[in-house]
Design a protein around this ligand. Structure first.
Ligand SMILES: [Zn+2]
Length: 166
């Protein structure tokens, strides 16, 4: 493969309804390895980050974090998946989203938000195909009372926003 590009390609992307609110969709085919979009935002120092109450923090390194909350950061609409079709790459202090595989028109873009974020916010509610499968398998194996409990918990959780905290 050729060297990774860090200039986002001119791909047609669309913000649309997804399972968990809004998501970002490919309108044209994106080749494997392509640079799709940059995750842009406001640079925060460590001190600012500690005070920030943003749902879109992206840690670049120990000293620098990007707050991607502004609407002009289209990449903020990309949802988490445990089986993602994109991946974030940090290059010269900036964040770029690359395609892990060929992405077809109409597909929702996703990347892995990372272990910390997942364990803190997504473990029980992740709507990606991998977690849905896992949950379905656990449900069919678990006794009825446990399944009921899980169903009740799930109903409660879906009322909350799907993207929160860091
Ligand atoms: Zn998942």
């Amino acid at each position: 493969m050729t060297r990774k590009s860090y200039t986002p390609g001119d791909f047609d992307l669309r913000v649309g309804r997804s399972k968990t609110g809004l998501g970002l969709y490919a309108e044209s085919e994106i080749p494997k390895g392509a640079c799709v979009i940059e995750y842009v935002g406001v640079e925060l120092t460590k001190e600012q980050e500690e005070k920030a109450n943003s749902k879109y923090l992206f840690e670049i390194n120990s000293r620098k974090t990007i707050d991607g909350a502004p609407r002009w950061n289209t990449a903020r609409y990309i949802n988490h998946s445990c089986r993602p079709n994109c991946e974030p790459n940090i290059h010269k202090g900036r964040v770029f989203i690359h395609a892990r595989r060929k992405i077809k028109p109409g597909e929702e873009l996703s990347y892995d938000y990372g272990k910390n974020y997942f364990n803190e916010y997504l473990k029980d509610i992740c709507a990606c195909p991998k977690c849905a499968e896992k949950r379905a398998a656990a449900k069919s194996a678990a006794p009825k009372s446990a399944a009921r409990k899980r169903a009740a918990k799930k109903t409660k959780k879906t009322a909350a926003p799907s993207r929160k905290g860091r």
